[in-house]
Write a protein that binds this ligand. Structure first.
Ligand code: SF4
Ligand code: SF4
Length: 395
């Protein structure tokens, strides 16, 4: 179902979602950047704002044409809402006869995500795969056993209503077009919105991709979209795709990185990388976590907590009695990039990078994953591995 909406209709959409019990979330201005946060109304979204993004740089500015949805992926991704940075797995308290479980305080609210870009929708679908919602391992297709589904992630995801926005202008570090994740949104959302700029004000093409989305559109009783408006939206999205400032050549990248495991570029980049882990924190697909077990000082309560971890932290590969497997910055940067672009394919059948550009923007050293891949590709063939390198065991 495709409808045409005005700004006031979008307000009614939010009212509908609220009435159905969804807590509204969207990007909003905070501390000089856009962050995903709870919003009260459409007015909390950063209409009229855009940003300039470069490697290691982010600046907000007014949108020259005052577009309502002219902004790009901001300082954090939506994964925080589906996979909180810290969550309790279980708690227990001491009793006279031993321990008893404290009933879970995990409540999984109904949420509505407003303004998810194509790259972030793709990122969410990657997480769905990781946490078992999209069938089995690529080499073992078919439904996963329920024991392989993350119940907390699944509960949050099931309760999320997603309104995606197709980009009509690319951000400074975007490259979703070259990794096949955007800017068009074909799946993963309940509703998809495309802004159609007008002389005085924009109107919006709204399309439903799910039954829940279609129900909301029906309830809003919006006029149907004409063919010309639908074609215009497609043209705007296509023009955005062809104006992407960055490009990642993904052809044969798994084999390329496998061949170039000892390329000297890894050493050069390691000289710049601070191993701060910013890139993993902002990435919509990085999902690694650690498990913390704590007791209070009296030994009366115990808690197990899941917290985000990063392959850039030294402790990430600590093996009891054996030290850290990836002790150098080179080993850690190489692991991260090769996982995103190569070994993720072995694990999940698709790349772990969706081209949002956040790791480029928020890297304090301005390290650009597309440039790293391009430099390594250019030197492919120029670098003949030594016998020692050929026998190299991956750290
Ligand atoms: S690549 Fe950049 S963001 Fe990632 S760990 Fe290194 S310095 Fe930090
Ligand atoms: S690796 Fe970088 S560009 Fe790719 S999805 Fe993660 S943050 Fe975005």
């Amino acid at each position: 179902m495709k409808c045409l909406a005005r700004w006031d209709d979008l307000k009614r959409l939010l009212t509908q979602l609220k009435a159905r019990g969804h807590a509204l979330h969207g990007p909003r201005l905070k501390g000089g950047a856009l962050v995903v946060d709870e919003i009260g109304s459409l007015d909390d979204l950063p209409a009229g704002w855009t940003d300039t993004q470069q490697p290691g740089s982010y600046r907000l500015r007014g949108h020259p044409e005052n577009l309502a949805f002219g902004w790009h992926p901001g300082a954090d991704s939506w994964k925080r809402l589906l996979l909180p940075s810290q969550s309790t797995i279980w708690e227990a308290r001491r009793t006279a006869s031993g321990f008893e479980a404290i009933p879970s305080r995990n409540d999984f609210p109904f949420m509505a995500f407003l303004g998810m870009r194509a790259c972030d929708v793709a990122g969410m679908l990657r997480l769905d795969t990781v946490f078992g919602l999209r069938g089995g391992h690529p080499t073992r297709p078919g439904p996963r056993p329920s024991t392989c589904i993350d119940p907390a992630y699944a509960a949050r995801r099931e309760r999320a209503f997603v309104v995606g926005i197709q980009c009509i202008e690319a951000g400074g570090n975007c490259f979703c077009g070259s990794v096949g994740t955007g800017p068009r949104i074909g799946t993963g959302c309940d509703l998809v919105l495309t802004e159609l700029p007008g002389e005085r004000e924009s109107c919006f093409l709204l399309e439903s991709l799910s039954r829940a989305g279609a129900e909301i559109l029906e309830a809003l009783a919006l006029p149907g979209a004409h063919e010309e408006e639908i074609r215009r939206a497609a043209r705007l999205v296509e023009a955005c795709a062809s104006s992407m400032p960055r490009f990642l050549d993904a052809s044969g990248i798994r084999e390329l990185l496998e061949r170039q495991w000892e390329n000297r570029r890894w050493d050069e980049t390691a000289g710049r990388c601070l191993t701060c882990g910013n890139c993993t924190m902002v990435c919509p697909t990085c999902f690694c976590s650690d498990i913390l077990d704590e007791t209070d000082l009296e030994g009366l309560t115990a808690r197990r907590t899941r917290v985000w971890d990063s392959c850039f932290s030294l402790e990430f590969t600590y093996v009891h009695g054996g030290g850290n497997v990836r002790s150098s910055a080179k080993a850690r940067y190489r692991q991260w990039m090769a996982h995103k672009l190569a070994t993720w394919l072995d694990q999940f059948g698709e790349m772990g990078c969706v081209g949002c550009g956040r790791c480029i923007t928020w890297c304090p050293a301005g390290i650009d994953i597309t440039e790293e891949a391009a430099v390594i590709r250019r030197s492919d063939g120029a670098h003949a591995p030594s016998a020692e390198e050929k026998c190299h065991v991956r750290p």
